[in-house]
Design a protein around this ligand. Structure first.
Ligand code: TYD
Length: 225
């Protein structure tokens, strides 16, 4: 297996993705706890949001009282939130040699706005490149679960995105599987019906193997952004 870098910087970018209710936020949190316990210098963030501008965009995107939002508007808002996060945190942290762990990144836009929302894929991929400044993750964990499991994991109050049809969310699931097949070196598609502990160990052992092969060295000094 080849180990390809997703960007020209010293740091490592790891992203967690998958349909709503797949458990990725739990795995992202466990991953951060593991890194901190093991003295890695880590930056944790989520999308949409993670910056002052991004959190305002997040509120708009998830507001259930908004009845009209065109697919293109939705797409551009996700990309705008991402562009701000990349500029404020992701690129600087990678330049400093940190590990950046994200709860969602551009694969979400490809799956949700592209495949499920039916926007032309070439435009979506282009938007992803603009917003991410061409930075790709070094590793992506996509968590896969069926609709029944996803449903039981979601809370009772659905936000604007979660309120989309079952059919939409099934397309999201299939799209994530397709994305994983297209980039097997970068993406690990994981069966998220397993216990959180089992999944966490799978992720950690893959991650340790990855950074060893990439020759990543832990930073000695903490940096501030
Ligand atoms: P998220 O905060 O991950 O939701 P949750 O906290 O419920 O896991 O993401 C918010 C929603 O936005 C989620 O339904 C996925 C969707 N989304 C997109 O449609 N496109 C995107 O590019 C991103 C980042 C998220």
């Amino acid at each position: 297996m080849e180990f390809k870098r997703g960007h020209p910087y010293r740091g490592i970018l790891v992203t967690f993705d998958g349909r709503d209710g797949c458990g990725k936020s739990t795995q992202h949190k466990k991953f951060i706890e593991y890194l901190e316990k093991n003295s890695y210098h880590v930056i944790s963030a989520w999308e949409p949001g993670g910056t002052e501008v991004g959190e305002k965009i997040r509120t708009l995107l998830l507001d259930n009282s908004i009845k009209k939002m065109s697919s293109t508007t939705e797409f551009l808002l996700f990309e705008a939130s991402r562009a701000q996060l990349v500029d404020e945190f992701i690129r600087p942290a990678l330049q400093q040699g940190r590990i950046v762990a994200l709860d969602r990144f551009y694969d979400s836009t490809t799956a949700y706005q592209g495949a499920a929302g039916k926007l032309p894929l070439d435009l979506v991929l282009y938007g992803n490149r603009v917003a991410s400044e061409g930075i790709s993750p070094d590793r992506t964990y996509i968590l896969d679960v069926d609709s029944e499991t996803a449903h039981t994991r979601l809370g009772t109050t659905a936000d604007r995105m979660e309120s989309k049809s079952l059919d939409y969310h099934e397309r999201v699931r299939l799209a994530f599987k397709g994305i994983a097949e297209l980039e097997p070196e970068r993406i690990k598609l994981l069966d998220a019906s397993k216990s959180p502990e089992e999944l966490h160990h799978e992720i950690i052992s893959d991650f340790e193997f990855l950074i060893k092969n990439l020759g990543y060295k832990k930073l000695k000094t903490p940096y501030s952004l």
